[in-house]
Structure formats: C-alpha cells, structure tokens
Design a protein. Sequence first.
Length: 101
Amino acid sequence: MVVFTAWVVWAGLDGSAPTIDATDTGYDIVGDDQVAVRFSLNVDPGTPVRCAVQALDDHFEVVGWKVVDVPASEERVRSLTETIRTVSRANTGLISKCWLP
C-alpha cells in the first residue's frame, strides 16, 4: 500500500508544472543608459510567467536588471522585447531566468 501511495503522489506531481523555455533573440543598445532585449518565450497557453532580464557591460558585470511579468496568452510561442535602464553603458542584454509566479 505504501508503494502504491508513493507512486500516486509521484505520478500526480510529475508533469503537472508547465514547461518554460526562454531564448535570447537579440538586443539593441538604445543609449548609454538603456538596452532593449528581444527574446522568445515558449510556455503552455494560459500560463503567466515572470522573467528576469539583465544587461551586461564589457566585463560581463550586471549594469541593469528588471523582473518582467508576462501575462498569460493563448499563444504558445511569443516574441517579446523589454527595455532595461542601466547604470552605465551595456554591451549586451539577455534573459537571466524565467519562472512561474
């Protein structure tokens, strides 16, 4: 009975969380204090997501950071752009991580 109960709990939890895949697609240096980060988000329809977007300088130090709430959508794959303010000139922008809120 214990093995069956453990299997039911494991099977019930396995696969229940939506999968999230965020991919950097590009960036534009807007100026000395801003960078626009372009990324593709692949998530189950109807699932809101939160993503951390960051800007890095020539030494790969974080010069800008922003957490973005992406509302649920009926589309599985979306292309998004987020502008980040920076404390100094960035030379790149990218997705750090995405998760379920």
